[in-house]
Design a binder for this molecule. Structure first.
Ligand code: PHE
Length: 446
């Protein structure tokens, strides 16, 4: 490859970028958290609130992250340095690289579970014998199988990333993200035609403005942030591969709309199914690995629909995981001069090792290790999503708002839009991030 070709291989096409960024943003958060919090905090009223948070907080920060990446043309740490000339800011960039690395270590564990459940559902093994799905999950998670699936995920992510931006990341997202939508729609039709589906739809979407309060606002804000993969250098790193001609403003709107669309349809898959089988609408692990399998086990062709559902979770997790792993890989390439291949394999291997104790602490041999009442796995989750991500988001916001003068130009904003964006970044967003941070870490109660 000559220099010119090498450069082209490290750039996204316009649509490839949007699909890859949607791939990053559509993750387990859309599939197992968004529907639940929407149902819990006010249905359609919460949904509207979430859209407001996405527009007022999510999109400005998303635009800032992508602009920093493209303006500084480098990995999280290098981009901050190029734009400010200060080691202080490049240290903050390094902080996001570390966040991404740690998140990847345990995200791969959960992504691995989805693969296992997909395989077990398609083969029907999941539905044989004891119908206690809670117990089934516990016995699976406490064994050594999760390590194998975690390794599969790390290998797959490493392999995609080793192929580069155009030949790997973009190519996979261009197939997986539209494929995801097709499976999602198939499952939506299945679930909306179940008996009693209407009750689930109304739990999800009946607007109840009386349930909106400070807590629901903070939950909506935090989720808007998480859902757009902000605060850990993902969108920054993807932004560094965007061509100069592409409008970042339009791209952010497309990414936000895509994220919402997938979350919305996921709600229309989950609630009708849960209600139709008289299950408790929960979130997270309990919903995906314990409640829904019970529903699939009673449905005609349940192994197929269950398999498709877990395939969706696996794709959601995989396309997000790719974007997370790319952050430390890009760093190793930019900072240490490693080739893409070498960086991909070495980072994946180290990340796997760091994730092993997380995999073994969910009921497994390390379950009794705890620090402050949290297992190793919970600790990873808590420290990264509740402490490191909001801090990362805050740095990005302050950097684009106060430090880097060229932010508006790179973001393609002028006049009134520029004014609104800068003031959101300078004042509104930092205050909101701090409030969410205080709330999620339990430092304030509302
Ligand atoms: N946005 C993903 C989701 O909604 C999670 C994620 C966070 C992915 C941070 C990448 C980076 O589940």
């Amino acid at each position: 490859m000559d220099k010119q070709e090498e450069k082209a291989a490290e750039r996204f096409t316009a649509s490839g970028f949007i699909l890859s960024a949607i791939g990053s943003s559509v993750g387990l958060g859309n599939m197992w958290k968004f529907p639940y919090i929407t149902g819990k905090y006010g249905g359609a009223a919460f949904f509207l609130l979430f859209i407001c948070c996405l527009v007022v907080v999510g999109l400005p920060v998303l635009l800032a992250e992508m602009a920093i990446g493209r303006g500084g043309r480098g990995s999280a740490s290098k981009a901050f340095y190029q734009l400010s000339g200060s080691r202080f800011w490049s240290a903050f960039g390094l902080f996001s690289v570390l966040t991404a690395f740690l998140i990847m270590a345990y995200y791969a564990v959960v992504a691995g579970w989805t693969l296992h459940y997909m395989a077990e559902s398609f083969t029907g093994l999941l539905f044989r014998g004891n119908p206690d799905f809670k117990q089934k999950f516990v016995s699976f998670a406490s064994g050594y199988w999760p390590l194998l699936w975690q390794a599969v995920i790390m290998l797959a992510c490493g392999a995609v990333i080793a192929k580069g931006v155009a030949g790997g990341i973009e190519r996979f997202n261009k197939v997986l993200i539209p494929g995801f939508l097709i499976i999602l729609v198939v499952l939506m039709i299945r679930s909306l035609t179940l008996r009693g589906a209407g009750e689930g739809v109304s739990f999800f979407l009946r607007p109840d403005f009386s349930r909106l309060n400070a807590e629901s606002a903070l939950v909506a804000l935090g989720h808007a942030f998480f859902s757009l993969s902000l605060g850990m250098g993902c969108m920054l790193t993807y932004g560094s591969y965007v061509r100069k001609e592409q409008s970042l403003g339009r791209a952010s709107m497309a990414i936000g709309a895509g994220d919402l669309l997938y979350a919305f349809i996921a709600g229309l898959v989950i609630f009708p199914t849960v209600f139709s089988f008289g299950l408790e609408p929960g979130e997270g692990v309990g919903l995906a690995f314990m409640a829904l399998p019970a529903a699939f086990s009673q449905m005609p062709l349940g192994f197929l629909f269950g398999g498709l559902f877990f395939a969706l979770l696996a794709i959601a997790a995989f396309t997000s995981a790719i974007s997370i792993l790319e952050v430390p890989v890009a760093y190793a390439m930019g900072q240490w001069g490693w080739s893409r291949r070498r960086a991909s394999w070495i980072v994946s291997a180290v990340c796997f090792l760091v994730g092993v104790p997380a995999a073994l602490s969910v009921g497994g041999p390390l379950a009794s290790w705890s620090i402050g009442g949290k297992t190793y796995f919970d600790l990873f989750d808590f420290v990264t999503s509740y402490i490191m991500m909001p801090l990362g988001g805050l740095f990005v916001t302050l950097f684009a708002g106060y430090v880097w003068r060229g932010a508006g130009r790179e973001a393609g904003l002028t006049g009134g839009w520029l004014f609104v964006w800068i003031w959101l970044l300078r004042l509104v967003v930092p205050i909101l991030i701090v409030l969410v941070f205080l709330y999620t870490t339990g430092l304030i109660r509302v």
